[in-house]
Every structure is written in structure tokens, then in C-alpha cells.
Design a protein around this ligand. Structure first.
Ligand code: F0G
Length: 420
């Protein structure tokens, strides 16, 4: 099984360029990485992965940010606005209230455009340039569009983004607009937007930069690599578990791939790999359904709804890569309500960590799994928060304190504070 933790490193096929090639996760067909535009297998339609003849060990990493991990990436350099190197925060009060040996928050909202998508785009847009394409596109619940617009602008390339009309948070639309993307508002949900943009890509009209693009996931592997190195340096130990919000399951797939490559390089034992644990909103939880049913297949949810609009997704395209990751690492998936998400968003904010609603699903899910005894008190856990609070100012205002009108004089303000 090619996605098994114990799979041996592959030897490079004739198509490989500098020890890098694309391989179908279903049938094993191999392709040259940069000669033609390709997102899925030409033989069976399966998802593709980037493969390396020699996965690197920790000793080969140097520098800071995503490109510290260039040895794990298909190119030596990207289209960059200094992505990665995000903080891993201590949260002593939360650690105590969730009741864990250690809890850290990896805040991906601290990337240049405010989400983890930048890690994928620095690689994906560089590959687009290598391939010589001229128009970039993505479907998005918002963050992918903001990142693609910024990296497309950086590369001087034309960018189209397809957004579900009325369902994208204000900060994200503003970013895509100002970074000069053409914004196509689609009368349908994210999954419908992705169907359209995949068709545009298949017809050769655009280069697709959704997480279906295997190069983007390479950049997102660096989240996992940073977490491992930071835990090792702070604790002298790896984390037992990583909890992350799940939409298309791109990050789940990417983190699993990062760890598999370290196992293949002999840098990590299979039983040292953190348990990958996904959290979804209850109104958009097809991955949770598949994990609970022990199913290899995903059932597409047609009607999805959640306040966490970033993960309002009913058809996680990377499920065939992510489900083996959850299973092989001994992880799980959990659904949380919108109210649990908002409560977790508030808890994080009260530790000084500002995240958008989807991001808080990880903490909400962790709390639930700890209460249910699925997560043990002696675990060291990293929770991923994927996007910044300012992405969704309306949700922040709704979840936070009400502004209080006061008169424009000091005595009046003091009287108000005294409750008079
Ligand atoms: N968290 C945030 C803030 C997101 O924007 C997304 C996905 C996810 C989590 C889910 O990550 O797909 O790797 O499981 N946002 C995409 C977008 C769909 O268009 O911005 P995943």
C-alpha cells in the first residue's frame, strides 16, 4: 500500500527529474514533474503525489520559514513573501483547563496573508511559473483566494478566484480584490465552485491551485516539520498528537506525507508519528462520517452549513490521501457544533491568540475528545489554528464584547464604568 507508514522508499522511475516525480496513489503510474500540466492520473483518475528518490533527514534543514525545508520540496526556491516560521504558542491556562501534559497552539494565521495557504502557494505558484502557464485559478471559501491573489501578484500572473456568493468572510474577499484577482462570485457552494474550476483547468483555460494540486501540498508539509522541530527543541520529545481543522483534508494529507517521508529517511520511527486528529463543523462533517464508519470512501454532503465558513465543504477532495493518514497514525476525527467553535474561539482570544472560527474547531474538537477520554491527560498535543481573527471581522464582533456607548467626558466614562 503506497500510503502506508512502513512503505519502503521508491526508486526513481525514468520520468524523474533530479530525483523528483509524480506518482498516482491508486495505480502507481508515474509522470515527469514539470513537462506537462497534470493534476490527476491519466490512467485511473487517482490523486497524484510528488515523490522523492531521497527523502531528507532533519540534519539537512537550514534557514527559516518554508524554504528551510527546500530539501523536502520539488524546487529550491519559490515565489515568496516570507511564509512559514509561524509561532507555536504556550497556553498554560488552556493546557490546565483541557487537562493535558502539554498543549501548544501552532498559529498559521501568522503567515503573510493570514493563513496556512501561503505555504502551499509559495511552491504552487513557483511550479506554475516553471510550467510556463499564464493564468492561475482556484475555487475557495476565502483563504485560498487571498493567498493565490497575493502570490499571483508577486509572480506578475493573472489570477481568477471562484467564490461561493455571500459565503466568504469580508477580510478574505478584500484581500483577493486588492491583490488584483478577478473575483467570480458563483451561485453555489464551495464544492460547486471547485467543480467549475476543475473543468476550466481540464479544458486548459487555467492552472489549478486548489489542494488537488499535488505541489501545493508539498509546501503545506512544512507545518508538520516545524511542529516536530519546535517540540523537539522545547521538550526534547515529539508531540503525541496534532489536532487540525479539516475542510478538503489537504493539511491532513500534507502532514501525513511529511511524516511518512521522515520515516522513510529513518529520521522518525513509525510509532513516533503524531496521531493526526481532524475536527470538522457538525454541519459539514463528511470526513468524520467516513472515519466513524471505518469507510475508505467519502459520501459527498450536498447541504452544508456552518458559521466556520472556511470549512463549509461537503466533498473533501483529498480524502483518499487523508483517511489512510488518520488511520495509520492512530488518530481520529470529531465533529463540533458552531457554538462549541465560537466558545473555543473566545478561549483562544482570551489567551491573546486571535483566530477565525474554522481555526477554533481544532481546540473545540480536542476539548471534546479529552472529555470523552479519547485523548489522554498524559498527551503532548499541538493544535493547529489555520487562519487569523481579522479574516472574519463579523464573526469576531459577534463572538466578542459589545461596544458600550459613553459620553465624551471623563466623569461620564467613570460613571459608566462604575455602573451608574
Ligand atoms: N482552516 C481554514 C482557515 C481554511 O481556510 C481551510 C480551507 C481549512 C481550515 C481546511 O483545510 O482543506 O486543508 O482541510 N480553506 C480552503 C479555502 C477551502 O478555499 O480557503 P483543508
Amino acid at each position: 500500500m503506497s500510503l502506508s507508514l512502513s512503505a519502503a522508499p521508491a526508486s526513481a522511475p525514468a520520468e524523474a527529474a533530479d530525483g523528483v516525480w509524480l506518482e498516482c496513489i491508486e495505480c502507481g503510474e508515474t509522470y515527469a514533474p514539470f513537462e506537462e500540466v497534470r493534476y490527476t492520473c491519466g490512467e485511473c483518475g487517482g490523486l497524484l503525489e510528488v515523490r522523492y528518490a531521497e527523502p531528507p533527514t532533519f540534519a539537512e534543514f537550514s534557514g527559516e520559514g518554508v524554504w528551510r525545508y527546500a530539501e523536502t520540496l520539488p524546487l529550491d526556491a519559490g515565489v515568496s513573501v516570507r511564509e512559514g516560521a509561524t509561532p507555536l504558542y504556550e497556553v498554560p491556562r488552556l493546557e490546565e483547563s483541557v487537562d493535558l501534559e502539554a498543549l501548544r497552539i501552532k498559529h498559521e494565521g501568522m503567515n503573510p496573508t493570514g493563513s496556512f495557504k501561503d505555504r502551499g502557494m509559495t511552491v504552487g505558484v513557483a511550479v506554475a511559473r516553471e510550467l510556463g502557464v499564464d493564468r492561475l485559478a482556484c475555487a475557495s471559501t476565502g483563504n485560498t483566494s487571498a493567498a493565490l491573489a497575493a502570490y499571483g501578484a508577486r509572480a506578475g500572473m493573472e489570477t481568477l478566484v471562484l467564490l461561493p456568493a455571500g459565503k466568504v468572510a469580508a477580510g478574505k474577499v478584500g484581500q483577493a480584490a486588492l491583490h488584483d484577482a478577478r473575483i467570480l462570485e458563483v451561485d453555489g457552494n464551495f464544492d460547486a465552485c471547485l467543480d467549475v474550476v476543475r473543468e476550466l483547468a481540464d479544458r486548459g483555460e487555467v492552472y489549478l491551485l486548489n489542494s488537488l494540486n499535488p505541489f501545493r501540498l508539498e509546501g503545506q508539509k512544512t507545518i508538520g516539520l516545524e511542529i516536530l522541530e519546535e517540540f523537539r527543541d522545547d521538550y526534547g520529545a515529539w508531540p503525541d498528537r496534532i489536532v487540525l481543522p479539516v475542510g478538503n483534508a489537504g493539511n491532513t494529507s500534507a502532514l501525513y506525507k511529511a511524516f511518512r517521508e521522515l520515516v522513510q529517511a529513518g529520521a522518525l520511527e513509525p510509532d513516533e508519528v503524531p496521531k493526526l486528529t481532524g475536527a470538522q463543523a457538525a454541519g459539514a462533517a463528511p470526513m468524520v462520517e467516513a472515519v466513524e464508519n471505518g469507510s475508505e470512501e467519502i459520501r459527498r454532503w450536498e447541504d452544508v452549513e456552518t458559521r466556520a465558513t472556511a470549512i463549509r465543504i461537503g466533498n473533501p477532495v483529498n480524502a483518499p490521501k487523508a483517511l489512510p493518514g488518520i488511520r495509520e497514525t492512530g488518530g481520529t476525527a470529531v465533529a463540533v457544533t458552531d457554538d462549541e467553535i465560537t466558545a473555543a474561539q473566545r478561549e483562544l482570544a482570551r489567551e491573546g491568540i486571535g483566530v477565525e472560527p474554522a481555526s477554533a474547531a481544532s481546540l473545540a474538537g480536542l476539548r471534546k475528545l479529552r472529555e470523552d477520554g479519547v485523548v489522554a491527560a498524559d498527551e503532548r498535543v499541538a493544535c493547529l489554528t489555520t487562519g487569523h481573527l481579522l479574516k472574519d471581522p463579523d464573526a469576531a464582533a459577534a463572538a466578542g464584547n459589545e461596544p458600550e456607548p459613553v459620553p465624551a467626558d471623563t466623569d461620564g466614562v467613570l460613571a459608566h464604568l462604575a455602573g451608574d
